[in-house]
Design a protein around this ligand. Structure first.
Ligand code: ZN
Length: 61
């Protein structure tokens, strides 16, 4: 699970942005799933997500 408490963006939930840092450019690789417990539909959903293929260091941790 990502450390952020913010809900993933639409792009992140649609495998279009890194789940960790939100980068939309660069190479993205599958990074498991996240489950949203709140959101537009207020139902728990599992989403396949992607992350920076070279490891995500852009957020400082
Ligand atoms: Zn990233």
């Amino acid at each position: 699970m990502p450390r952020t408490n913010l809900p993933p963006s639409r792009a992140q939930l649609h495998e279009q942005a890194c789940i960790h840092c939100g980068a939309e450019d660069g190479e993205l690789a599958p990074a498991g799933h996240v489950h949203t417990v709140t959101g537009e539909n207020s139902a728990p959903l599992g989403w396949p997500v992607v992350a920076c293929a070279d490891g995500c260091t852009k957020e400082g941790q």
